[in-house]
Design a protein around this ligand. Structure first.
Ligand code: IPM
Ligand code: MN
Length: 358
């Protein structure tokens, strides 16, 4: 097949891990006779430096025209000035919104050979396999917000609002429930319906869709504070989790600590049509950038998600995942996973995965 893939390396370790993801794509194309055309465009802090905006028009246009987008990471201390007109993160939020990428899939599983890296007891994390569906284009991130003179006379007051429509809840719930059917057939919806009106609409809609369209799928509601606790005390109780944007942001960072390293977790952001966006869930890690020691495996696993969800290449996707597992089972580690043991650099890890594809 022929596919047009846009690469958005971004900032910090983004370019280093993305280079390995691109090499894996090339290796897959060679092995299976596909043609992937890949071109890089700026996003984030480097785009602010060069073009004065975190998402230049040509980047957005190329992304719209593609079948899939692979992103490294954005941000860094250089652009952290709170008085700055624009921030690297704005580029990410804008591309999500512009491309209608409302569903953010974040799988969290713990490989047996890495259980030792978890801060939790092995018997709690062994066998954890959760798929988060985080709503990505609504809620607090995109609701009405503003700043005005404070009512108490103390200066200013600011507000951000959480808004969800029935349709926004229905579409993410449907994707979550469909995914559950292919897994362990259970969906947990996380909300704060004991306090927030918006959560009560969320819960009502979730229950209606599950009862009427997915009578074969088990479901439950869990309040977000309890969910934060259960993620640590009994993570194996979760299969598919569906939740609003900010709850999902927080819970998936918490969940990423179950395997003990963010360096292994990919994510996919999907809309109802058009290209999907794939990225590691870790950030730009400016403290280790440029040293060739970042872990490229989360990006390589994001490549597997890209092959599966945007290009419908399931065999290729499964092969990439198996290659990563093989390399880890053989004992190869990047610095973040090595403890006091030996480790390989970013590019060498890419080489090992590519060799394991054969
Ligand atoms: C994430 C990140 C982003 C978010 C930031 C960088 C805007 O934390 O993808 O989880 O909050 O969505
Ligand atoms: Mn986050």
């Amino acid at each position: 097949m022929h596919a047009n893939i846009v690469l958005l390396p971004g900032d910090g370790i983004g370019p280093e891990v993305l280079a390995e993801g691109a090499r894996v794509l090339t290796a897959v194309a060679e092995k299976f006779g596909h043609q992937f055309s890949m071109a890089s465009f700026p996003i984030g802090g480097c785009a602010i430096d060069e073009f004065g905006t975190a998402l230049p028009d040509q980047t957005l246009a190329a992304a719209r025209d593609s079948q899939a987008i692979l992103l490294g990471a954005v941000g860094g201390p250089k652009w952290d000035d709170p008085s700055a007109k624009t921030r690297p993160e704005a580029g990410l939020l804008k591309i999500r919104k512009e491309l209608g990428l409302f569903a953010n899939l974040r799988p969290i599983s713990v490989l047996p050979e890495l259980v030792q890296f978890s801060p939790l007891k092995p018997e709690i994390v062994n066998g954890v396999d959760i798929l988060f569906f985080r709503e990505l284009t609504g809620g607090l991130y995109f609701g009405e917000s503003g700043t005005r003179p404070a009512k108490d006379g103390s200066g200013e007051e600011s507000f951000s609002t959480m808004i969800y429509s029935t349709g926004e809840v229905e579409r993410i719930v449907r994707l979550a429930a469909q995914a559950a059917r292919k897994r362990r057939n259970k969906v947990t919806s996380v909300d704060k319906a004991n306090v927030l009106e918006v959560s009560r609409l969320w819960r009502k809609t979730f229950e209606r869709v599950m009862k009427s369209e997915f009578p074969d799928v088990t479901y439950e509601n869990v309040l977000v504070d309890a969910a934060a606790m259960h993620l640590i005390s009994k993570p194996k109780s979760f299969d598919v989790v569906v939740t609003e944007n900010m709850f999902g942001d927080i819970l998936t960072d918490e969940g990423s600590m179950l395997p003990g390293s963010m360096g292994l977790l990919p994510s996919a952001s999907l809309g109802s049509s058009g290209p999907g966006l794939y990225e590691p869930i870790h950030g730009s890690a400016p403290d280790i950038a440029g040293q060739g020691i970042a872990n490229p495996l989360a990006t390589i696993l994001a490549v597997a998600m890209l092959l599966r969800h945007s290009l419908q290449l399931e065999t290729e996707a499964a092969l990439v995942e198996a290659a990563v597992q093989k390399v880890l089972q053989a004992g190869h580690r990047t610095k973040d996973l090595a403890g006091n043991g030996p480790w390989v650099k970013t590019q060498a890890m890419g080489d090992l995965v590519i060799a394991a594809l054969a």
